[in-house]
Design a protein around this ligand. Structure first.
Ligand code: TYD
Length: 231
């Protein structure tokens, strides 16, 4: 077990930043240390949210505009939290989530140009205060990430076409990179920026030590009278 209140870790970054590899390596390391780990992803992670994932990534919702997409991402997130994330945290488990609310802030808020009050309202209803204990921002120049993502798509499934969000131009990806870095600068308590161009073993070691520090901090807070209680 991580702590009595569980541990919520999200991974963020652009396409091809290596989030899934790092989630797998962190899950292995934490399980080897005796933790119960749930790995999950957004959009998706619960049956209801996976249905919305299909609608969103196929591009079926695109015709209805970015506001509709933002609402669907928020709905998927609310279901994912209710059905998977909060129950796992209540059992004291570690949740590793591939993308979370920062992806909405960046993809829908920054590059989708959705007005901040709507983004804030969606965030309030979808997450209701359940924020990650730590968010690892895997940072990479957009061009390198896109090349990696394209190579992966070509290798993994012949004829695989990029999803609706991968198709967008390089400058949009650069804006998103900056969007994640801006969030990390605004919320240094929660966010850690990781240089995703380094060797993957090195990245994995850095991430594990960051997460261990957070586990130790939460355990200390827990012993100091439960200040670490979740909303
Ligand atoms: P996915 O195939 O999971 O991509 P990746 O490997 O890059 O994580 O596709 C998820 C896509 O959905 C990705 O392009 C980012 C986008 N997205 C949003 O636009 N808003 C969100 O809130 C989330 C969670 C994802």
């Amino acid at each position: 077990m991580a702590t009595a209140r569980g541990l919520f870790v999200s991974f963020e970054g652009g396409e091809g930043a290596g989030k899934s590899t790092q989630i797998r390596l962190l899950a292995e390391a934490l399980r080897a240390a005796g933790h119960t780990v749930v790995t999950t992803r957004e959009p998706g992670g619960s049956p209801g949210a996976e249905a919305l994932r299909h609608v969103l990534l196929s591009g079926a919702a695109e015709a209805f505009g970015v506001r509709m997409e933002a609402l669907l991402f928020a709905a998927a997130r609310a279901d994912h939290l209710d059905c998977v994330i909060r129950p796992a945290l209540a059992r004291g488990e570690v949740v590793l989530c591939d993308r979370f609310v920062d992806s909405s802030r960046v993809y829908q808020g920054v590059t989708g140009n959705i007005e901040p009050p709507l983004m804030a309202a969606l965030e309030r209803v979808s997450i209701g205060g359940t924020m990650p204990d730590v968010t690892l921002v895997l940072d990479l120049p957009a061009e390198v990430g896109l090349q990696r993502a394209r190579r992966r798509a070509g290798e993994e499934a012949e004829g695989a076409s990029p999803d609706r969000f991968e198709k967008e131009k390089l400058e949009v990806h650069e804006k998103r990179r900056q969007g994640f870095l801006d969030i990390a600068a605004r919320e240094p308590e929660r966010c850690r920026v990781v240089d995703a161009s380094l060797d993957k073993g090195r990245i994995a070691r850095d991430i594990l030590s960051e997460v261990q520090l957070v586990i130790a901090r939460l355990a200390r807070l827990g012993h100091d009278g439960g200040q670490a209680a979740r909303p």
